[in-house]
Design a protein around this ligand. Structure first.
Ligand SMILES: [Zn+2]
Length: 332
């Protein structure tokens, strides 16, 4: 049985900047990676991980989730992009984290979107289902934005279960899409395999995040019984982030990681998405990788009931999914 944790990092990925002129792109800086990696080194974490070599994604791998048009477009726009999600070998190690940038979950088949060029996690899921013949892959997107690119890629596909929580504020927060709401449950054969949990208020806490896991994600994830778990790990959902404006502390990611580890016999790939407060980001990355290595999650104090807005969203998702999952059948 595979053991150990991989860490994917290549300095090459901290050498470029996005060329989009939009000032909102200014927060997607190379320091996001270097600060995270330095924090892992300082805590003695890098030495405990297996550092897998990075390679450039092949054209064939990129075309799994993107059209040829978009591929040539982005090669002109941004050179030196390395997609490493596919280089996590699920055969060599039990789990791992890929420190990559820019993020990927907004990227669509023929369009770059919201800092995202290649959809790393979508490519990884398609790679796993096509080349390793996996029948069930779970994608957990704890980034504070909706990964609509991932949703579009898999909404008709029952082999990939996509769960995303995201700041929504009744569609007033970017990307302002009606399809980011809890009512989008997937299409056709994919009904029930798309789960959106909208946060309609900012300031969500550890208690709200845990409630979402306990009452929505985990019951469904156990019933789905994935063979691989991929995490779209955006840490803009942590305290201090200018995008998320949430209040959950970095230690929560140790718990979220640990709660997912019993699934898929421990096979889990965590892939960095957003996270723009460098302090909060680096701490959250450390918490996540230390947990992957088997360290116990630190104690959380001050847990309370989830707030009313969170409970309302959780209840709405459970009701919307009740015809697809037996764990929610009693609600239907
Ligand atoms: Zn984000």
């Amino acid at each position: 049985m595979a053991s150990g944790s991989a860490l994917i990092f290549d300095e090459e990925m901290s050498r470029y900047k996005l060329l989009w002129k939009d000032p909102v792109c200014e927060i997607e800086v190379p320091e996001r990676l270097t600060v995270s990696y330095e924090a892992l080194k300082t805590h003695g974490v890098t030495q405990r991980c297996k550092q897998l070599p990075v390679r450039q994604a092949t054209e064939q791998e990129i075309l799994l989730a993107h059209s040829p048009v978009s591929k040539s477009f982005v090669f002109i726009l941004v050179r030196n992009i390395w997609s490493t999600a596919t280089s996590i070998s699920i055969r060599e190690v039990r789990n791992g984290m890929a420190l990559v940038r820019p993020p990927g979950h907004h990227s669509q088949r023929s369009a770059a979107n919201g800092f995202c060029v290649f959809n790393n996690v979508a490519i990884a899921a398609l790679h796993a289902t096509k080349n390793y013949n996996l029948k069930r892959v779970l994608i957990v997107d704890w980034d504070i934005h909706h990964g609509q690119g991932v949703q579009y890629c898999f909404e008709e596909d029952p082999s990939v279960l996509y769960f995303s929580w995201h700041r929504y504020e009744n569609q007033t927060f970017w990307p302002n899409l009606p399809e980011s709401d809890y009512t989008s449950v997937g299409k056709g054969k994919g009904c029930g395999f798309n789960i959106n949990l909208p946060w309609n208020k900012v300031g969500m806490t550890n208690s709200d995040y845990l409630a979402a896991f306990f009452h929505v994600l985990l019951p469904v994830a156990y019933e789905f019984d994935p063979e691989l778990v991929l995490v779209s790990a955006g840490f803009d959902s942590a305290i201090g982030d200018p995008e998320g404006e949430m209040c959950a502390i970095p230690e929560i990611f140790a718990h979220l990681t640990q709660l997912l580890m019993p699934l898929a016999a421990g096979k889990m790939c965590v892939v960095l998405e957003g996270g723009y407060n460098l302090t909060s980001l680096a701490q959250s990355v450390c918490q996540t990788v230390q947990t992957l290595l088997g360290d116990p999650a630190p104690r959380l104090s001050g847990l309370t009931a989830a707030c009313e807005s969170a409970l309302e969203s959780i209840q709405n998702v459970r009701n919307a999914q009740s015809s697809y999952w037996s764990c929610f059948k009693h609600l239907g």
